[in-house]
Design a protein around this ligand. Sequence first.
Ligand code: GTP
Length: 375
Amino acid sequence: MTEPDPAQQARYQALRLQRFYLAQATYLISYVVIAAAWASGNYLGTHAMALSHFVLGAVTQLVFFFLFKTGLNLRARDPSLTSSQTIVALLLLTYLLAYIGEIRGSILVAYCLILMFGAFQMSRRAYLLHAMLALGCYAALVVINQQVHIYPQTLTSASLELFVLACFLLWVSMVGSYIRELRDRLLQRHATLQQHQQTLRSMMDQLQNLASTDALTDLPNRRHFIEEAQRRITLLGQGQTMGLALIDLDHFKRINDLYGHSAGDKVLQDFAHIARNNLRGNDMVARFGGEEFVLLLDRCDLATLHHCVERIRQGLASHSFDALPDTVKCTLSAGICLIHPEDSLEWRISQADEALYRAKREGRNCTRAHEAAYA
Ligand SMILES: Nc1nc2c(ncn2[C@@H]2O[C@H](COP(=O)(O)OP(=O)(O)OP(=O)(O)O)[C@@H](O)[C@H]2O)c(=O)[nH]1
């Protein structure tokens, strides 16, 4: 069985305490009944005995409270301590019934009330065992009373009471364990639903990933780049700029023609690797299409952008490709410009494209900035 995480554990523990406080309300009612019986002369024991009900109730409940508060209950097989709480309550009730006088018959139903507290926890077997204990306690009380006559009662009325109690206890056991079964089934369904939800979520993530990633280079694709760049533009503060670079591999067609398409693919993958390794965590490189890539550098000026693109250009120019002969090198041309707050992304991309075109015209393997970037 897997351990529940600490947050879930804390939630369960809070629920156990809530249930414990609820049980205390029942104890409180029993204290009122004892006080009323004692005040009206219906209590058959001594003053000390009357007092002992309160003391025993308080001491046992303080022990349970201590166990819950310190988390010692978590060491038990059932951390709710349902069985021990039920047994203590059944014994205390039996002790009370011995001296409660004429109103005893009406208080007998409290045995059923105590068992109801196990509704979400106890199995049918546990329910029947606790019901038998309740019946046994009261039967013992009847037998003892026949010997020592604490209160007047004929054997017939005692037997009738026992029979009625047995019927009610059986009924409570059936209903209680049925509630527990229902709860188990609901939990099971909830777990299955959660599993389905998890599977759906991971499938959605995979789909999302597929829709936004270029399969060959594992870089974000054009669509994802546009969305992300537009989002980042809206976050730019006054006076801040981002760097944009369009990169195109030089004479890439020749690589394909001379060494095959799959060698070309490997070159594209190597470039993606080089670019990624030369960028900071917040910067972005995406495949714009074919052998064209785009960079977006967060919060940067023209000098930093130029420096970064040059680093990538030199990294590629000096790279030895596994898929190509050692002497064959691959170069890139880049066009760069800056993006300001509220700029149109399309307009800035066309500026970077113009600068890229100039880089190609001026001999390739170089970086050129659009004039607007100097403004
Ligand atoms: N291997 C491979 N080749 C691709 C891929 N996408 C585009 N290409 C090729 O990239 C080449 C681009 O060629 P051109 O647009 O003529 O440009 P170039 O040869 O790089 O020349 P310049 O850009 O002018 O330096 C074409 O041959 C395309 O088939 C790809 O995914 N894999």
